[in-house]
Ligand binder design. Structure first.
Ligand SMILES: *[C@@H]1O[C@H](CO)[C@@H](O)[C@H](O)[C@H]1NC(C)=O
Ligand SMILES: *[C@@H]1O[C@H](CO)[C@@H](O)[C@H](O)[C@H]1NC(C)=O
Ligand SMILES: *[C@@H]1O[C@H](CO)[C@@H](O)[C@H](O)[C@H]1NC(C)=O
Ligand SMILES: *[C@@H]1O[C@H](CO)[C@@H](O)[C@H](O)[C@H]1NC(C)=O
Ligand SMILES: *[C@@H]1O[C@H](CO)[C@@H](O)[C@H](O)[C@H]1NC(C)=O
Ligand SMILES: *[C@@H]1O[C@H](CO)[C@@H](O)[C@H](O)[C@H]1NC(C)=O
Length: 375
């Protein structure tokens, strides 16, 4: 229930920010000027039909001007500070920080805080617009650009490497050095990472989904990214809003190095993922033919040797059995001869045997005696 409410409230609010926010533009385009110079601020944003009114804020307090144009004639220190504007159907603009300086040399920038891909203009500006010579631009104390006369410097597509503190130096009557200006370039989205829906390596026939994952800056929820998928130098899918690519049935030929690219619609910000190595293992006939031949040959030889061995052992055993039989028959003959003297006979048998012997003896004596009894 709470989740549902959070979703209902959260999604539209997040999506509206980008499209209905008012925007301030400066003319001339510099966020810092010398005293006594003129500067005009313009406000753009969606309006109600028949309502041209614009609300301006300086240091968070509403100011009288109600037109889309706010002009500062002969700027003074009091004109410094934070400016915002709002039109009938817009939410207040991002603030513009205006600085009014007193100096010989001023490094002017078109914006101090912005997102990568946006342009940055720099100017090394002399007091009373005086012509300057041998102009040098510095980033973080390191000279990076030289002009024989003062000139504007444009970076068309900024990236996070353009972060830092800029200043300039130039020759007039002396060599002058400007104050430093801090410039912040926010990353719109980090480089994407390509991931597979299955654990690698894959098996032949697998369905696998490759995802090109990145995260947009929270301030730009409505921005649409475009994704491209590559295998080596081959384009698999170009500039599609879907961040996924499917391999319906993986084959071994699908093995290789995959990578993806995420880009803004205008292509000003374009980032590449690291390579993802995809390996597809075969299920059948994954082994070469020669391996099969050798394998079956070895199995055949082993079977043959086994059979021969078995047969010889069988024959030997049979021969041994016959011999044993003969021996046992021989020993039986011997037993009959020694009959009663054998100790391993049962007691009963022994007794019977003794009785028989005694009877025999008696018979023998009786055969001699009956003649006496008859008498
Ligand atoms: C500023 O504007 C006023 C009136 O429009 C003009 O007289 C003046 O010369 C301008 N100053 C500069 C420095 O351009
Ligand atoms: C709004 O501005 C336009 C020109 O910018 C003008 O023609 C029109 O009369 C203005 N409407 C109102 C209500 O001020
Ligand atoms: C700036 O503002 C202060 C008071 O906030 C005022 O005393 C001063 O006169 C102003 N300066 C100019 C040049 O308007
Ligand atoms: C606005 O704030 C800046 C500093 O943040 C200050 O220099 C300037 O005088 C202020 N101006 C007004 C009109 O409050
Ligand atoms: C940033 O842009 C510059 C060109 O302005 C380019 O040489 C550099 O490689 C870029 N750096 C990154 C991290 O994209
Ligand atoms: C994006 O890809 C889908 C299918 O993967 C396709 O239907 C759609 O037409 C593609 N869109 C674009 C702009 O190429």
């Amino acid at each position: 229930m709470w989740l549902l409410i959070a979703l209902l409230l959260g999604v539209p609010a997040g999506g509206q920010v980008d499209t209905t926010q008012a925007v301030i533009t400066l003319q001339p385009p510099w966020t810092s000027v010398f005293q006594k110079e003129n500067i005009t601020l313009w406000c753009e944003g969606p309006r109600l039909p028949g309502d041209n009114s614009t609300q301006w804020f300086h240091n968070s307090t509403a100011i009288q001007t109600l037109t889309s144009r706010y002009s500062i004639i002969s700027a003074s220190v009091n004109d410094s500070g934070e400016y915002r504007c709002q039109t009938g159907l817009s939410v207040p603009s991002d603030p513009v920080q205006l600085e009014i300086h007193r100096d010989w040399l001023l490094l002017q920038v078109s914006s101090r805080v912005f997102t990568e891909g946006e342009p940055l203009d720099l100017r090394c500006h002399g007091w009373k617009n005086k012509l300057m010579y041998n102009v040098i631009f510095y980033q973080n104390g390191k000279a990076f650009k030289f002009f024989p006369q003062n000139s504007e410097l444009s970076i068309l597509k900024t990236n996070t490497s353009h972060n830092g503190i800029y200043h300039c130096s130039a020759m007039g009557r002396h060599r002058y050095t400007s104050a430093g200006v801090s410039v912040t370039v926010k990353e719109l989205f980090p480089p994407p990472v390509l991931t597979a829906s299955l654990a690698l390596p894959l098996l032949e026939g697998n369905l696998v989904t490759l995802s090109c994952e990145t995260k947009l800056l929270p301030q730009r929820p409505g921005l649409q990214l475009y994704f491209s998928f590559y295998m080596g130098s081959k384009t698999l899918k170009a500039r599609n809003t879907s961040s996924e690519y499917q391999i319906l049935t993986a084959r071994r030929e699908d093995s290789g190095l995959y990578w993806c690219e995420a880009a803004t619609e205008d292509g000003n910000v374009l980032k590449r993922s690291p390579d993802l190595e995809l390996q597809v293992l075969g299920l059948q006939s994954s082994t070469p033919a020669w391996f099969n031949i050798v394998f079956y040959l070895i199995v055949g030889i082993i079977t043959l040797v086994d059979t021969v061995l078995c047969m010889t052992i069988h024959k030997k055993l049979q021969r041994k059995k016959k011999r044993n039989l003969a021996i046992s028959l021989d020993s039986n003959h011997g037993k009959k001869v020694t009959s009663c003297l054998q100790k391993d006979r049962h007691l009963e048998e022994e007794l019977k045997c003794q009785e028989q012997e005694e009877e025999k003896l008696q018979e023998r004596t009786h055969q001699k005696k009956p003649k006496k009894e008859e008498r």
